[in-house]
Design a protein around this ligand. Structure first.
Ligand code: SF4
Length: 74
């Protein structure tokens, strides 16, 4: 999406929802309270995705550019 690849490690996610606060169109919580991609994730701006990744307290989110370089602290 937008030249970046975002991954959610659903085994690490504990459902705090900080990513949703940062990028409410990119992420949502599923029925079990674990993060999943929101329906409008493809329209979300790259900076917002990076901020959401950085906001995750358990590093369950990662964002990489097209060359596989990390765009946020992992
Ligand atoms: S911020 Fe991290 S732990 Fe919290 S819901 Fe998002 S992915 Fe899960």
């Amino acid at each position: 999406m937008g030249g970046v690849t975002v991954r959610i490690d659903r085994l690490l996610c504990v459902g705090f929802g900080d990513c949703i606060d940062e990028a409410p169109h990119a992420f949502a919580l599923d029925d079990e309270g674990i993060a999943e991609f929101g329906e409008a994730v493809n329209g979300v701006d790259r900076g917002q995705l990076i901020r959401a990744c950085e906001a995750c307290p358990v590093d369950a989110l990662s964002v990489h550019d097209a060359d596989g370089n990390p765009l946020a602290a992992e």
